[in-house]
Design a protein around this ligand. Structure first.
Ligand code: ZN
Length: 450
């Protein structure tokens, strides 16, 4: 049995930061002692004044295994997660191939990942596509934590977007089981868009995915969520114009929640050069004034949390060297940088560490139904932990990036927040000086899993 006592002068408990020792036994937190302390038979680990937090949970990751492991894959994604202080990721039903829209595909995905090496914990979102309503309940029995649908083209032909009647069918079923439906909220309307005459122009790319599409989708989703009492989660919100509708829906008790991604609060369109497709994602990164409103909405709690939408691709697909925003893959590889990107973007608003823990640990745990055991340092919770130094300032290096391809807009950026260590079930799985301890990850299922 693994018995460890981890001390830090800045342990983040749900409502207070304190000098404490977290006592872990058999994978669980069994006691929290004041100050530095080590019960007999426990191995003592001293983290000094590093911040000790619950392991981060990234609820929006595209691992792309099986079928597109040349883009990423669990072995590289889960190592990058550990280096970023992330102990649990929740995988999207695309861009793996086959997509996770049947139990058969789900089993194939798990078998492939198990064989490749599972270095962090992983749970799964199932997929809603036209015509797969009868796969919903079998997928719930198989253990998915909820479902994901698109209202616009997903980027992958194997994962067509749902129409409203598909969503209605899915929502009534999903609501019965208390699971969430996550939706990529862009819905084309009759707006006439300017033509993209210069494929290298960022401003033309930005204009091709207007806020009106997001606002339109969110209005529809709020109505459906209220009608079916289905927990509905807006992924990667980029349009600040939709915040008013979200606020009024939440005030009226509609079960809606929302995440944004680090790139929508870290970068601004004004700073994105033409021809640099590393910044391409959908919805796009918008202007500073819009993003300032997103930052404030996160700070006030209107936006529930941050998830990376880690969506890697090969350098070729990412359009490096072409500068073509029309043809490049839309997606940003960012898993490892969830914490420093979010923290650096929000630092001017001086959020307390308890708030950062909410954004990156307890709120994503709640969306996935894992709040009883994950996302907090508390007696009885899983001993999934991470330690970091908010004050440490550095430049993100390709050589220290563990994604399959160390490319993306964060490379070379100046950030605050260095991850020193990560623990899964009480075992140190990442040490920024000594490296990794591998294969400690577990699959995570919902409560109805049989
Ligand atoms: Zn995504």
């Amino acid at each position: 049995m693994l018995n460890v006592a981890i001390h830090s002068s800045r342990v983040v408990l749900p409502s207070v930061i304190t000098d404490a020792t977290v006592i872990c036994s058999n994978g669980k937190i069994v006691e929290i002692l004041n100050g530095a302390s080590c019960p007999r038979g426990f191995q003592y680990q001293e983290m000094f004044d590093a911040v000790l937090m619950p392991g981060l949970i990234d609820a929006h990751v595209h691992v792309n295994e099986p079928g597109r492991t040349e883009w990423e894959g669990i072995a590289t994604a889960s190592r990058a997660a550990l280096a970023g202080g992330i102990t649990t990721i929740i995988d999207m039903p695309l861009n793996a191939s086959p997509v996770t829209t049947t139990v058969e595909a789900f089993n194939k995905k798990m078998a492939s990942m198990k064989a490749s090496g599972l270095h962090c914990n992983i749970g799964f979102w199932g997929g809603i596509v036209p015509g797969n309503a009868n796969a919903i309940e079998p997928l719930i029995k198989a253990g998915v934590l909820g479902f994901k649908a698109f209202l616009t083209h997903s980027g992958i032909d194997e994962f067509p977007n749902a129409n409203i009647s598909d969503l209605e069918k899915a929502m009534s079923l999903i609501a019965r089981h208390g699971l969430p439906l996550l939706v990529h909220a862009e819905l084309e309307n009759d707006l006439i868009l300017p033509e993209q005459t210069n494929p290298q122009s960022y401003s033309q790319y930005l204009a091709s995915r207007p806020t009106a599409w997001e606002n339109n989708a969110i209005d529809v989703l709020i109505k459906l969520s209220a009608k079916y009492k289905c927990k509905t989660h807006i992924v990667h919100l980029s349009s600040a114009e939709a915040l008013a509708a979200i606020k009024s829906a939440k005030t009226n008790g509609v079960p809606i929640s929302v995440e944004t991604a680090p790139h929508y609060i870290f970068f601004n369109a004004e700073d994105i050069p033409d021809g640099n497709t590393l910044y391409k994602c959908a919805p796009p990164i918008r202007q500073r004034q819009n993003n300032e409103q997103l930052r404030h909405a996160l700070n006030s709690g209107l936006i529930d949390f941050v998830a990376t939408d880690h969506s890697p691709a090969t350098p070729g697909l990412k359009g490096i060297g072409t500068g073509n925003y029309k043809t490049a893959w839309g997606g940003i590889a960012s898993l490892q940088y969830l914490l420093p990107a979010t923290y650096t973007a929000m630092k001017p608003l001086e959020p307390p560490l308890t708030k950062i823990t909410k954004w990156l640990c307890s709120s994503p745990a709640k969306l996935a139904g894992l709040q009883a055991t994950k996302g907090m340092i508390a007696v009885g919770a899983d001993a999934d932990l991470m330690a970091w130094m908010p004050e440490d300032n550095y430049v993100i290096q390709a050589a220290a990036t563990y994604h399959r391809y160390p490319i993306g807009p964060y490379i070379g950026k100046d950030v605050f927040g260095k991850v020193l260590g990560t623990w899964i079930a009480g075992k140190r799985v990442y040490d920024n000086e000594k490296g990794f301890s591998e294969n400690e990850g577990q699959f995570i299922f919902n409560k109805e899993h049989v």
